[in-house]
Design a protein around this ligand. Structure first.
Ligand SMILES: *Cc1c(COP(=O)(O)O)cnc(C)c1O
Length: 436
């Protein structure tokens, strides 16, 4: 019998579904993938969330990775309050924009010039436009299971046959638009090479999550990313490293360089806004010069570089150090160990528990999972039972088996130790039949 959510969440949900489309502003929040009623949160502090029924949860979603430092980190809240007191938006230059860009530049070698936008969707969409403008080509390659926001051309899935033209992945996306996108399997340098052999001169860019976090967590195989950029560059296409999730999450900067991916453009989001709507795309000077006002590629934003978002981003980046990532690595390693031990005690083999830094995945099925087809084979019902049993015991996991769990820097070893028994019980519930 499920204890969460409580009476207040249920009441709010009944109202929400009458006022909001589907009750939510982003589909995964609806719990459709795991069943049940979403929990409404009242506040967050550090590693924990508190719901409207005053239940506390260790938060392993962290606003989908945006809350790198946990909830309401005092320095970030202070910075946003101070900025808000000075004015919410000017629609004109403010110094925080270039200060945040300077901090990003200092950490991301490719980011000679930065452009801020308000969402990861916009960042990738704009980077793709820039790549098309700069190359004079129209086709884009993405990987099956990769998520790059909801821009039309990137909501495409693989058509029949490897490296076929993509089909729309959403109603409302014209086939002609999806047809500008090629979709190939993640971790398959051969499929990409074959595509480039046939259609190379048409391709403006390859967009890739260096670590795929939106089909569950799927790590790049050694050699995949270096081969990707070699292939793209040999054919005159650009490489867009979509680091909306991984940037400043896995290390103090971006991760593609360390994985051998030669990127021309980089997109950032989530962590660099510390919970505010901030994202960016960046690249070498000669490319970024193609953007208006200097060049012919148009892109703009009323609230882009908004002072509150910039203040939050600056406060986050100022507080980062090597120690932040060492701490994240330690607590995340302990969480991974707690998961492994819990699954083992529940005799839940086969199970795949991928991890890189503070990103963790749970696939109920045989691992390692290396692409979208593998992720799709995982047992979603088991995940749903696991999710609900953990929720009932005060651990908030991603409400979908095709998402990634995130540990925040506010999480301590004792938080992990306290959550371990709950996770163990959740694995036992996952193994049983019926709802937990
Ligand atoms: C979240 C995400 C996006 C989209 O960002 P939004 O801010 O939700 O528009 C793009 N790319 C990746 C890799 C993401 O995880």
């Amino acid at each position: 019998m499920s204890r969460a959510p409580g009476a207040r969440s249920r009441r709010l949900w009944r109202r929400a579904v009458r006022a909001l489309a589907g009750g939510v502003d982003s589909p995964v929040r609806s719990f459709r993938a795991v069943g049940g009623t979403p929990v409404f949160f009242a506040r967050g502090r550090g590693a924990y969330l508190e719901d409207v029924d005053r239940r506390r949860y260790l938060d392993l979603v962290g606003s989908w990775g945006a809350n790198l430092l946990g909830h309401a980190p005092p320095a970030v809240v202070r910075a946003v309050r101070e900025a808000a007191g000075e004015g919410l938006s000017y629609g004109a230059p403010n110094a925080r924009e270039h200060e945040l860009a300077e901090r990003i530049r200092a950490r991301v070698p490719r980011a000679e010039r930065v452009r801020f936008v308000s969402s990861g969707t916009e960042a990738v969409m704009s980077a793709v436009r820039l790549a098309r403008g700069a190359t004079g080509r129209s086709k884009v390659v993405k990987f099956e299971g990769g998520y790059h926001g909801h821009a039309d051309g990137l909501l495409a899935r693989a058509g029949s046959g490897v490296a076929a033209l993509a089909l729309p992945d959403s109603a409302g996306v014209p086939a002609a638009v999806a047809g500008e996108t090629f979709v190939v399997p993640y971790n398959s340098p051969q499929a990409l090479a074959e595509l480039f052999e046939r259609r190379g001169e048409e391709i403006a860019a390859v967009v890739v999550e260096p670590v795929a976090a939106n089909m569950g967590l799927v790590l790049p195989r050694p050699g995949f990313l270096p081969a990707l950029s070699r292939t793209a560059h040999r054919h005159g296409a650009l490489v867009i490293a979509d680091e909306v999730v991984t940037g400043f999450r896995l290390r103090h900067g971006t991760v593609h360089e360390t994985l051998g991916l030669e990127a021309d453009l980089v997109t950032l989001g989530k962590a660099i806004g510390g919970g505010m709507p901030v994202a960016a795309y960046a690249g070498r000077k000669s490319l970024m010069r193609q953007l208006a006002p200097l060049g012919p590629v148009y892109q703009a934003g009323t609230l882009a570089g908004n002072p509150l978002g910039m203040a939050a981003g600056l406060a986050v980046l100022r507080s980062l150090s090597a120690g932040t990532y060492a701490r994240l690595e330690r607590t995340s390693g302990e969480l991974a160990e707690a998961l492994r031990a819990g699954a083992e005690q529940a005799r839940l083999e086969p199970i795949a528990l991928p991890r890189i830094g503070s990103m963790l995945g749970v696939f109920f099925g045989r691992g390692p999972v290396t692409d979208a087809a593998g992720a799709a084979r995982a047992d979603r019902r088991r995940y749903a039972r696991f999710f609900h049993a953990a929720l009932d015991r005060g651990v908030y996991l991603p409400p979908s088996p095709l998402e990634t769990a995130f540990v925040s820097a506010a999480t301590t070893r004792s938080d992990v130790a306290r959550a371990a028994p709950a996770l163990q019980r959740a694995f036992r519930a996952a193994g049983g039949r019926g709802r937990a």
